[in-house]
Design a protein around this ligand. Sequence first.
Ligand code: 8YV
Length: 327
Amino acid sequence: MSSDQLSVGVTRRLPDAVEARLSELFDVKLRDSDEPMARAELVEAVKTVDVLVPTVTDRIDAALLAQAGPRLKLLANFGAGIDHIDVDTARQRGMLVSNTPGVLTDDTADMVMALMLSVTRRIPEGLAVMQSGDLTGWAPNAFLGGRLGGRRLGILGMGRIGQAVARRAAAFGLQVHYHNRKRLRAEIEQELGATYWESLDQMVARMDVISINCPHTPSTFHLMNARRLKLMKPTGVIINTSRGEVIDENALTRMLRAGELAGAGLDVYEHTDINPRLRQLSNVVLLPHMGSATIEGRIEMGEKVLINIKTFADGHRPPDQVVPGML
Ligand code: 8YV
């Protein structure tokens, strides 16, 4: 089948340039609405297309894949994380899965630093007082935060994003530590000035800041559970730009409320409905999953999706093919 006959269903609005190029290359079905697809629309899409382009807001589970038509052969995800896709079932049903790694690394790592600074330097509180007009003037003791330089940062998950965080953190004067399934090669550790901790518990207990940068998989679900969160110093800060499921959000909320942890910077949440108590805390900075939200990043993600589909249409494996257990 030639590329322009390939039917491609896109579940969300993408940047104009990406949608235009998709339309040039394929028989693409774009969305008018920017709401996440309802389940019935998703079912309809998987029944009729050759390629589906989902995002993090679509649940591509076994029940959905069971309803897919015989044409569906590629799930070309717009995003790096693939925990919303049942990759095992897709494979069993003869569908390939691809993602968009690499192009959102720097943007996400920038956001880790932004959150770290926001929490430790109380930026949202400063903004709020300026916007409300309640500022009564400068005072030597007003809005005192803590200095980032000199703190110990523990990075949980030292893949591309974790390493990009390490580089930035070193420039801010943080001491870099990490825990990862696999230890990095000595020369990379040296280049990053990063200290490896085989024991996550031991690392967590000794850090001032923890940054979650591992993917969400069955083995990282609640990796930061209540027991492990309690190992953190009460002065500790936790940053999560990965997936909410890696932290037990209720346990985290309880500890933040009780003053057993100094602060948190969160871009991702365990449930669609965020724990309302989290919203009431002044030592927490909450963002709406915008770690990779730069126009450059989104266009490059779109480029990756296009290349994955085009390569597949030309009879080759998509360059960013995901295989079960890879992430
Ligand atoms: C993306 C992300 O915005 O790529 C990822 O895994 O978490 C995000 O930064 C999102 O996935 C787009 O689908």
